[in-house]
Design a protein around this ligand. Structure first.
Ligand code: SAM
Ligand code: GLN
Length: 301
C-alpha cells in the first residue's frame, strides 16, 4: 500500500481487494470498500462521491489491520461489529452467529401469522425465540409485530449479553425476557405462546469440513452443529412445542437445505397440524411452519 496516490481511498481499496481475493475471500472488492468505509466512518457510497482526501497514517494503519483480519477469513461483520437484519442494525461479535438473510424470511412468516391472529381485535401476543443469539428474531418481533412480550432463550451467556444490549439499543428491552438454558428448560410447564420461532443449530457434524472458513473457524460451534443428523435441537424443540403453544398458535422453524420435508413430517408426529414449507430468497426450502390445531377430543390440561 505505498507509491504515488496509494493513500488515496479508492486506490487503497483496489490494492486491498486484490490481496483479499488472493486469500480466497469471495467478494474481495466489496469487503475492501466496506472495511474502508468503516475505518473512515463514512458510507461506502461516499468513497465514490466525496472522499478525495488522502488517508492519515492512523487511518492507513487501522485499515491495514482490518484487511489483515479479513484476509485471515474473519467475517466482515465481526470486524465492523455490525450486521443489518430487517429494520435493525445489530451489534455482533464472535459470541453470536451473524444473522442470515433466510432468517429474515422466517421472521416475515412469523409476523404474517401474528398479524392474522390479531386481526382487528388489537390483542397483543406472546412469543418465544429459542436460541436467540444476537436477538435478531426476538427483537424484530418486538419492533415490527403485535407482541407485548417475547421470551428469548440461549445456552450461551455471552449470546444473552449481546441480545440484551441489542434490545436496549432498539428500545425494546422492556418487552424482552432473556433466559439461559437448553431447549425447554428455561420455560415453565404452564407457559403458552402464540408464536414460537427458532433458528436452531442444524449443521451435521460431518459437514464441518465443507463449511467456509468464515463460518467454521469464527462463528460459535454451538450455534451451528447439532449432532450426526443435524436434527438434535429440532427434535428437542418439537418434543414439547405443542404443549407450549396456545390453540391456533404457530411454530416457525428454520432448517438446513434438504431437511424441511423430514422436519415437517416430524412436526406432524409431534402433534402439530398442517405443516407448510416455505423457500428462502434463493428458492431453497428452509422454513417449516406448523400450527397447534384445536384438540379433536376435549382434553384437560
Ligand atoms: N437466533 C439467532 C439468529 O437467527 O441469528 C441465532 C441462531 S444460531 C443458529 C442458534 C443459537 O441457539 C445459538 O445462539 C446457540 O447458542 C443456541 N443454542 C444451541 N443449542 C441450543 C439449545 N439446545 N437450546 C437453546 N439454545 C441453543
Ligand atoms: N445458516 C448457517 C450456515 O449456513 C447455519 C446456521 C444454523 O445452523 N442455524 O452455516
Amino acid at each position: 500500500m505505498t507509491g504515488p496516490g496509494a493513500s488515496r481511498p479508492l486506490e487503497l481499496a483496489r490494492l486491498a481487494a486484490e490481496h483479499l481475493s488472493a486469500k480466497g475471500v469471495a467478494d474481495g472488492r466489496l469487503d475492501a470498500e466496506l472495511l474502508l468505509a468503516h475505518v473512515l466512518g463514512v458510507r461506502r457510497l461516499d468513497l465514490y462521491l466525496q472522499f478525495e482526501r488522502p488517508l492519515s497514517e492512523d487511518e492507513v494503519a487501522s485499515y491495514r489491520e482490518a484487511i489483515r483480519r479479513r484476509s485471515r477469513r474473519e467475517p466482515l461483520q465481526y470486524i465492523t461489529g455490525r450486521a443489518p437484519f430487517r429494520e435493525l442494525e445489530l451489534a455482533v461479535d464472535p459470541r453470536v452467529l451473524i444473522p442470515r438473510p433466510e432468517t429474515e424470511v422466517l421472521v416475515q412468516e412469523a409476523l404474517r401469522h401474528a398479524r392474522e391472529a390479531v386481526g382487528d381485535a388489537g390483542a397483543e401476543l406472546d412469543a418465544l425465540d429459542i436460541g436467540t443469539g444476537s436477538g435478531a428474531i426476538a427483537i424484530s418481533l418486538l419492533v415490527e409485530g403485535p407482541f407485548r412480550r417475547v421470551v428469548a432463550t440461549d445456552l450461551s451467556p455471552g449470546a444473552l449479553e449481546v441480545a440484551a444490549s441489542n434490545a436496549a439499543a432498539a428500545g425494546v428491552a422492556d418487552g424482552l425476557q432473556l433466559r439461559r438454558g437448553p431447549g425447554w428448560e428455561p420455560i415453565g410447564d404452564g407457559e403458552r405462546f402464540d408464536v414460537i420461532v427458532t433458528n436452531p443449530p442444524y449443521v451435521l457434524e460431518s459437514e464441518r469440513a465443507t463449511l467456509m472458513p468464515e463460518v467454521r473457524d469464527h462463528e460459535p460451534a454451538e450455534a451451528l452443529f447439532a449432532g450426526a443428523d443435524g436434527l438434535a435441537v429440532v427434535r428437542e424443540v418439537l418434543a414439547d412445542a405443542r404443549s407450549h403453544l396456545r390453540v391456533g398458535g404457530l411454530l416457525a422453524m428454520e432448517v438446513g437445505s434438504g431437511q424441511a420435508r423430514a422436519v415437517a413430517g416430524m412436526a406432524v408426529t409431534a402433534g402439530l397440524d398442517a405443516p407448510r414449507v416455505v423457500a428462502d430468497l434463493t428458492g431453497r426450502e428452509r422454513i417449516v411452519l406448523a400450527a397447534r390445531g384445536r384438540d379433536t377430543e376435549p382434553k384437560v390440561e
